[in-house]
Design a protein around this ligand. Structure first.
Ligand SMILES: [Zn+2]
Length: 478
């Protein structure tokens, strides 16, 4: 139930203006190509072969790639936003779930709960894994790239029979008829509508039953959870029902027609025409701001539903995004049995083995760690960063020895804070694209200090108190 239909009003208001502008000048040109063989393997490692393998098994399916011209690092940092209870993160992963434990959990927010309370902020590793297209170029996960705007006229009776065969019992005839009606009216794939509905709803959800919530909003439906966003379960439900009431969605049919209208006008016709693009807003002018859901698994889950209804013979089109400067190997699945060292702000710096003492044993362990001769437990890694730099080196050893000899002090832990002294925009990479604004006086946490300058500036990775995340020049805070 973690929906975010941001900026929808804004979009609807500016819609006419956008159309007007696009008559006179090109707002945005997409670089989509069906020349899979022409993909430069050195620039986009692993993409060509994975797509060609799928192509060979499914000759009827059309595969296209989209050259986003975006840097992978910047895409991830732009998506990794909102680490604050006052904003709610852009990406959430399931809480209390062993499959999404450990490195799936945000290195900044830790186990802070969001939305209905069943969600954690997703880590950078989780984002990298889920967003890396190479991890989804397989028979199971491919359907999040299926183009939803490519849709020919369909035979309503056939589709109705198919939907009846595949739907669960709690999706009633009113829903099926409304799905077909909405598909025809908005030129959206009916199987996608069912997939989306199943991803959004459960038979007992107050947004589906029409029974209201605690005596309020009885008789209203919001089957696609439009605007059902808050930081607790009750808020999610009440906001969703209030929106249904404001829209007059007093039948499931009206809720489906209204919800599909949002999907069609707000997303599919705005070039967010795959499940992946609806989740990850990497296309168009105002990037990263217009996502359908926070659930990091959302696109993949809906794609799995969609796949059930697709056949080898179908004429489907898939659009796969290409990013620049991706790692040679696909980003790995986050390890569930490791934890982020940054989460652990307790304990003593220099106490490498965690025995609550700082002594010569720790010096030896630190030297061995630097030489690659021994490991440090993940929850103790913070204790090695004595100088505050990310690269552990002989400087840390010297500081530790001086500390033990009583000749110097060392910080209590790695988390350092500061205050912005010049209003600026955080960058998505060192000296890279400007993104979120931080105003003078904002308090920040310094996550990673730069070891070397870029363009004569030390760019430190920080998170601001309002959850904004990115790089700031070191002399812009104190
Ligand atoms: Zn976070």
């Amino acid at each position: 139930m973690n929906k975010r239909i941001r900026k929808l009003f804004f979009l609807l208001i500016v819609f006419n203006i956008i159309i007007f502008i696009s008559c006179s000048s090109k707002v945005f040109a997409r670089e989509v190509s069906d020349d899979i063989n022409g993909i430069d393997d050195s620039q986009y490692p692993g993409m060509k072969q994975a797509i060609q393998t799928l192509q060979a098994s499914h000759p009827n399916w059309k595969f296209k790639v989209e050259y986003t011209n975006l840097l992978w690092e910047e895409v991830i940092n732009a998506e990794h936003q909102g680490h604050s209870t006052s904003t709610s993160p852009s990406n959430l992963s399931p809480a209390d779930n062993a499959k999404y434990a450990g490195l799936w959990i945000c290195e900044i927010c830790g186990t802070q709960r969001y939305d209905t309370g069943s969600w954690y902020c997703a880590s950078k590793e989780a984002l990298e894994y889920m967003m890396d297209p190479r991890n989804s170029l397989n028979e199971t996960d491919l359907f999040q790239f299926m183009q939803l705007s490519v849709f020919d006229d369909f035979d309503g009776e056939t589709v109705k029979n198919n939907l009846n065969n595949i739907k669960p019992d709690w999706i009633d005839e009113e829903c099926v008829d409304a799905i077909i009606e909405a598909a025809g009216q908005y030129k959206v794939d009916p199987y996608y509508i069912l997939a989306k509905l199943l991803e959004e709803q459960s038979p007992t959800s107050p947004l589906f039953t029409g029974k209201g919530y605690n005596g309020s909003y009885e008789g209203f439906y919001n089957l696609f959870n439009v605007r059902a966003t808050a930081n607790n379960r009750e808020g999610v439900i009440l906001n969703g029902l209030a929106h249904a009431a404001s829209q007059g969605w007093n039948t499931k049919r009206l809720s489906i027609l209204g919800g599909v209208s949002v999907l069609a006008n707000g997303y599919i016709n705005q070039e967010q025409d795959t499940l992946y693009y609806q989740k990850y807003d990497v296309i168009g002018d105002s990037k990263y701001e217009h996502q359908y859901q926070q659930n990091i698994l959302g696109a993949q889950n809906a794609g799995t539903y969609l796949k059930k209804y697709c056949t080898n013979e179908g004429n489907y089109s898939f659009i796969i995004p290409l990013y620049k400067n991706m790692p040679v190997q696909a980003c790995p699945r986050p390890n569930v049995s490791q934890t982020h060292a940054e989460n652990n702000t307790e304990g003593t710096m220099g106490d490498i083995n965690g025995d609550n003492q700082v002594n010569v044993i720790d010096v030896v362990l630190l030297i061995n760690y630097i030489n690659g001769e021994s490991q440090v437990a993940p929850e103790r890694v913070f204790a090695t960063k004595i100088s505050g730099n990310d690269n552990i080196s002989v400087i840390d050893v010297v500081m530790l020895i001086n500390y033990i000899n009583g000749e110097a002090t060392i910080p209590n832990n790695t988390v350092k804070t500061g205050t912005v002294n010049t209003t600026t925009r955080l960058r998505l990479s060192q000296n890279g694209t400007e993104y979120k604004t931080v105003t003078s006086g904002t308090s920040i946490k310094i996550l990673k200090k730069a070891d070397t300058p870029v363009a004569d500036v030390y760019w430190d990775l920080v998170v601001a108190s309002n959850g904004n995340y990115g790089y700031i020049p070191r002399n812009y805070y104190q």
